[in-house]
Design a protein around this ligand. Structure first.
Ligand SMILES: C[S@@+](CC[C@H](N)C(=O)[O-])C[C@H]1O[C@@H](n2cnc3c(N)ncnc32)[C@H](O)[C@@H]1O
Length: 287
């Protein structure tokens, strides 16, 4: 157990966003909360659903960008949303007049997506590593905040691209926690140690990964989220649990961590807290 003076906030990292009360059980068990890598194993799936609602409101610009990119091409067939979660993007696609199909491995998410779309959009329960669709069955594909949670992003991308017809559009949006920054005089501002997601820096690798999956990149769009309160850090990056976890994993010195946490709490109280998270969207075309 790490001897930090960190009051439990009851949140988990993005890459397992956790926001709904401290996980039950001994403290050492807290870091095993599976989050978005295995939603159905979470004992608080409602918190994960609420997180997606918050994110849908906060990130609507990038979501709309992906919908617009697909709509502009006037696709002749449906768009596949891999890791569709609670169906926020299926609604946006349908509102833009596009046929869509959602796929997600979580029963909780599939139910939420079907409810949100009033069953007007097909939602299939399956993992991105093994999609139950024929080669080239879709006119396009979108993926958002999924690859940071999967075992191997290359496998999910290859399988998703397989399901898209030649010339179809593939849009992928992922954060880059490798470039996450928190204003500080205690530690270097780069705080890439904070995320415990499986692939925290995958956003920065999207271009290369999409090319490897058989696509040509058409556009790369970057949005820098600016968080002005510790509450955002709690909700998205699991403060302060993520700090304890970084110390336990040897990524951060315990004394430095305690000073950093004290500094960030003081900054927050003074209205001087700043954190910056790049989110990268790549628009590509299947060769
Ligand atoms: C952070 S949520 C994002 C949901 C949605 N794309 C959005 O932007 O609102 C991550 C989603 O990825 C799903 N997921 C996790 N592992 C997956 C996998 N191997 N293949 C496809 N989806 C997966 C989760 O069940 C969850 O619904």
């Amino acid at each position: 157990m790490v001897g930090l003076r960190l009051a439990a906030s009851g949140v988990e990292h993005h890459g397992g966003a956790w926001s709904g009360g401290r996980p039950p059980g001994p403290r050492r068990e807290r870091w095993r909360v599976p989050g978005f890598s295995a939603v159905d194993d979470s004992d608080q799936p409602g918190a994960l659903l609420r997180y997606l609602d918050d994110a849908a409101a906060a990130e609507s610009g990038m979501k709309q960008y992906a919908v617009a990119a697909h709509a502009l091409r006037r696709p002749a067939g449906p768009i596949l949303d891999v890791g569709c979660g609670a169906g926020h993007d299926l609604v946006l696609l349908a509102d833009a007049g596009l046929a869509a199909v959602g796929v997600d491995p979580s029963a909780v998410m599939v139910t939420a997506a079907r409810d949100r779309t009033a069953a007007a959009v097909p939602v299939v329960r399956a993992a991105g590593e093994a999609l139950p669709f024929a080669d080239g069955a879709f006119a396009g594909c979108r993926i958002e905040r999924v690859l940071l949670h999967v075992a191997d992003p290359r496998v999910v991308l290859a399988e998703s691209v397989r399901c898209v017809a030649a010339g179809g559009l593939v849009t992928v949006l992922e954060p880059d926690f490798g470039s996450f920054r928190v204003r500080s005089t205690t530690l270097p501002e780069r705080a890439d140690w904070i995320s415990a997601a499986r692939n925290p820096g995958v956003g920065a690798r999207l271009w290369e990964l999409l090319e490897q999956a058989g696509c040509d990149v058409l556009d790369r769009v970057e949005e820098l989220s600016v968080w002005r309160s510790l509450a955002r850090l709690e909700n998205v990056a699991g403060f302060p649990m993520s700090v304890e976890r970084a110390v336990a994993a040897g990524r951060l010195d315990a004394t430095d961590a305690t000073r950093w946490v004290d500094e960030q709490r003081a900054r927050n109280a003074a209205g001087e807290f700043y954190a910056l998270l790049p989110k990268i969207q790549v628009v590509a075309q299947k060769r």
